[in-house]
Design a protein around this ligand. Structure first.
Ligand code: IFM
Length: 792
């Protein structure tokens, strides 16, 4: 394993909200998502990536070879060739073999840029998807820094894939003869995916690839441009005199555009490339006319920047810890929004083939969008509730873009999650009206939002196991527990706790929705499950996790493996169900038995033989994935639990040790590998051979919950039904912090001073100099800002 200081690879540029990369040879591609909500591109720091329209399953535009070598191919590449010498290189660094003499790249919010230089030619490149067209815009500015004129050939290249990625793997041999790339009179290559039996053919777009600069050549046939036994590193057309003017009526499609650029000494030229989608040829024409307008690219880029400025304007904090501050002001909400958009669909780790919108995952993702954009959040909540059946259970994943049948496995937790999002929406806006809005059920009929949430509770109430806990069904939050209830009797003690938190929320939601008559039922159910949790669920030093079909406990000291499970301890506290001394003891056990210097393990010890060596509970190797890894998503709940117990020092230790750049510094960049600016789903644990290796970055519930844990529980700025609660639980050595938070139309400028150097406890609050009773700030309708001073 190489040991190299991470900072020789990257640096944060916080004022610009960027991370800059100094080297292209990272341990893995470090990705960014460029998107306007309809047209998307996942792009790496070295220019590899994939573009898709709405769905990576059925409208994938370019080809990305997941897990192949060389890694991170293909991408939207540009080549710059000196026409005299024939040498060529790429501003993205990859994939040409000749490298720029100086190079850097940077990811920003919705864009990625590259700056490179070779032989006196400087290239500044920017890629983004703007709000006004469904296209990836590439902006290339070339400058001649030499004293002589330069003749350059510039190429822009993309490899088109089959739009249906599974089709590509299964039956490309024939189907590839049903695609075409034609040269369009408006100087564009147009890719048409005309494959038989494709889903939604009437919605399948044409793809255009064009520029605002006159072309000197093009190719639509990959064999012509790349040649055989070659790759993007050494395209035949570039090495052998230029594009061949190929089109394609079946075969392996690509888009290659060639430009001749002459630069006098000191001269700069900018050209723009557009890779976009349109419904038909007339729309291609219109999109190109708009895109070629003089100010279009600048206007689009400014439009993108203002969108992010507006979105992130809802929150800004100044903290004694710059790593946390950067994460909370920039990267964490950005990542969380990408989760909200893509669920767990496509990333460097997930191929975008079968995971549509996850009911459980997206319900949680909503939590971190509510503070920024309650309207978008409500839209998603309604989308989810439309996947719920009248009996209250819900589809596990579904495919709104693809129109495919949903995955219908029934899990004990899925349908319960939306209540948390609904409560957060109510607290954020103070407006209960949405609870009365009608939403259809998946199997017909409709009900109000509140009725949907109530049906979810009724479903769980109808699916209790022999001991009275909710049946595990297919699994709960933990996907790996599908062997617990194969015979239909296994129970999830964790789901009882999840139900507990949800029931507390339902009490408020029932009142807000005008159904106080339901409250007693929710309270009774809560009390009954709480008793079970504290009795049958208690193992002596921690809470048990589940009961298997055969009645054995999972998560008990009597076994040799998987004795203790993180979620059962944290949620016992989150749900308010744990008897106080049991809650403390359980979280002490977490500290003692699960915590490591790189985060908290999900279980201990890892499993290899339990409950039966011939049929262990999980196939994951020890210390990996769902088996004894540090599962970052589950760590977030330990942070919240510690805050609820008032132990701010420990909560912050748990938070800080998983800040991605902090964990990377500790593990070493070549061990950690994934991006230092976004959370990963998990890190291999100490029982693996690669402790600290981060996996499945970007699309993980960690993003939403870390945001919630840090802002609402550590900093303690939490919307509640009657206002904005301020009740921090911070490290005792912090002097204080400040937060600007948009809430119900007003900006709250909050300064917290920790005069007594405590973890928790608000001594006084003044609003614009006037003392306030308690720690809940009311809404201030009509006010644009208020100044809040808090003393701990
Ligand atoms: O809860 C799941 C999630 O739905 C997908 N990733 C893994 C988590 C834990 O199993």
């Amino acid at each position: 394993m190489k040991s190299i200081a991470p900072h020789s690879y990257y640096s944060f540029r916080d004022a610009e909200k960027e991370i800059e990369f100094h080297r292209h040879d990272m341990p893995t591609p470090w990705m960014n998502y460029l998107s306007n909500g309809t047209f998307h591109t996942m792009l790496s720091h070295a220019g590899g990536g994939v573009a898709f329209y709405k769905s990576p399953q059925i409208w994938r535009i370019t080809r990305y070879r997941f897990f192949h070598l060389p890694m991170d191919r293909s991408g939207p590449y540009m080549y710059i060739q000196d026409a005299d010498s024939g040498t060529y290189w790429c501003p993205t660094n990859e994939p040409a073999a000749d490298k720029p003499e100086t190079w850097k790249s940077a990811h920003g919010l919705g864009y990625t840029r590259f700056g490179a230089k070779r032989d006196g030619i400087a290239a500044q490149t920017l890629y983004f998807v703007g709000p006004y067209e469904n296209s990836l815009v590439w902006k290339l500015t070339l400058s001649n820094e030499t004293p002589v004129a330069k003749e350059l050939n510039v190429y822009a290249y993309v490899e088109f894939g089959m739009m249906e990625f599974m089709r590509e793997l299964q039956w490309q041999c024939y189907n590839k003869h049903q695609v075409s790339v034609q040269y369009h009179p408006s100087e564009a290559l147009v890719y048409r995916y005309g494959v038989e039996n494709q889903p939604k053919p009437e919605e399948t777009p044409l793809v255009y690839f064009a520029s605002d600069t006159p072309l000197s050549g093009y190719d639509g046939d990959r064999e012509e441009f790349i040649g055989s036994y070659r790759s993007e590193a050494n395209p035949a057309a570039i090495e052998e005199g230029g594009c061949r003017g190929s089109t394609l009526m079946g075969g392996d499609p690509c888009g290659a555009l060639q430009f001749k650029v002459t630069l006098q000494p000191g001269e700069s030229r900018t050209l723009h490339i557009f890779l976009g989608t349109a419904r038909d040829e007339a729309e291609v024409e219109q999109a190109l006319t708009r895109s070629r307008e003089a100010e279009f690219v600048e206007r689009s880029f400014q439009g993108l920047r203002s969108l992010w400025e507006g979105y992130l304007g809802a929150w800004n904090c100044r903290l004694p810890d710059p790593d946390a501050e950067r994460m909370l002001n920039i990267w964490n909400p950005y990542q969380a929004h990408r989760n909200f958009l893509f669920s767990r669909n496509i990333s460097f780790y997930a191929t975008g083939t079968f995971r549509g919108v996850g009911y459980r995952d997206t319900s949680q993702d909503i939590l971190a969008v509510v503070p920024f954009d309650p309207e978008q959040a409500l839209g998603k909540l309604r989308l989810l509730l439309g996947q719920q059946y009248r009996d209250g259970h819900a589809n596990h994943y579904f495919f709104p873009n693809e129109g495919w049948e949903p995955v219908t496995s029934i899990h004990s937790d899925d349908h319960l999650w939306p209540a948390l999002a609904a409560w957060d929406l109510l607290a954020e806006t103070g407006d209960a009206g949405f609870l009365q809005a009608e939403v259809p059920y998946y199997d017909g009929g409709q009900g109000t939002v509140y009725e949907h949430l109530k049906a979810a509770i009724d479903f769980t109430a109808s699916k209790l196991g022999p001991n009275g806990f909710p049946l595990m069904l297919r699994s709960d939050w933990n996907d790996q527990l599908f062997r617990v209830c194969r015979e239909g009797r296994g129970e999830s003690i964790w789901t009882a706790m999840q139900l507990g938190w949800v029931l507390l929320r339902m009490v408020d939601l029932a009142v807000a929705a005008g159904h106080p008559e339901d409250v007693a039922k929710y309270e009774a159910m809560y009390a009954q499950q709480r008793d079970l949790v504290n009795n049958l669920g208690w193992d002596g030093r921690w809470f048990r996790r589940a009961i298997m079909d055969d009645g054995r406990f999972l998560g008990s000291d009597v076994h040799d493996e998987a004795k203790i499970w993180l979620n059962a301890q944290t949620w016992a506290v989150l749900s308010g169900m744990a008897d106080p001394e049991k809650g403390w003891q359980a979280m002490d056990s977490v500290h003692e038995l699960l915590d490591t210097e790189l985060g908290i393990k999900k279980i201990n010890p890892s499993i290899s033989t339990f409950p039966d060596p011939a049929d262990p509970l999980t196939n994951y190797n020890k210390g990996t994935g769902e088996n004894g890894a540090v599962f970052c998503h589950a760590n977030t709940w330990a942070i919240i639990a510690e805050c609820l117990l008032g132990r701010g020092d420990l909560a912050y230790k748990y938070y800080r040790q998983l800040l991605p750049n902090v964990a990377m510094d500790k593990a070493g960049l070549w061990r950690y590998k994934a991006e230092p600016y976004v959370y990963a789903s998990n890190l291999f644990g100490p029982e693996s051979d690669k402790f600290g290796l981060a996996n499945v970055s970007w699309l993980t519930g960690t993003a939403a919950w870390m945001y919630v844990a840090a802002t609402q529980y550590i900093l303690g700025i939490k919307p509640v039904l009657d206002g904005l609660s301020v009740n921090p639980c911070i490290p005792s050595d912090w002097e204080g912090f400040t937060v600007k938070r948009r809430f119900r139309g007003c900006e709250y400028e909050i300064t917290v001073r920790n005069e007594s150097r405590v973890c928790q406890g608000v001594k006084s609050i003044t609003v614009d100099g006037q003392p306030l009773e308690g720690h809940v700030l009311p809404a201030y309708p009509g006010r644009s800002s208020v100044r809040v001073d808090v003393v701990m």
